[in-house]
Design a protein around this ligand. Sequence first.
Ligand SMILES: [Zn+2]
Length: 121
Amino acid sequence: MPLNIMTLSRVDMPVSQAEGLKILERDQYCCRYCGLDGKASFENALVMSVDFVVPRARKGKKDPANLVACCRPCNTIKGTRVYKSFEDAKKYVLDKREEMRRNWEANRMRPAARAASAQPA
Ligand SMILES: [Zn+2]
């Protein structure tokens, strides 16, 4: 088994370990939103989870059709909004990740640029 079952038991989710594993195996341990490969490393395995496409808080069913493998960052970004479809949710998550990446890169570049301009010629 490529994934330590303990990583699942620490996730607060209303599906059993057996149910969760079934979903992860169906989705080959890859996040259905960003494609993160949960089998690629221990760090990746640690963040794999199972997501309710329609959140439980919005009466989403505990049904394989409503469950997808999902990394925790994507799960956090997706939140408890309701989307028209899985494709809609995926688009939102990926757009948001891209926006966050751009902000992160902009903030990361700034101090370096400042340091470079402060250097004597
Ligand atoms: Zn993801």
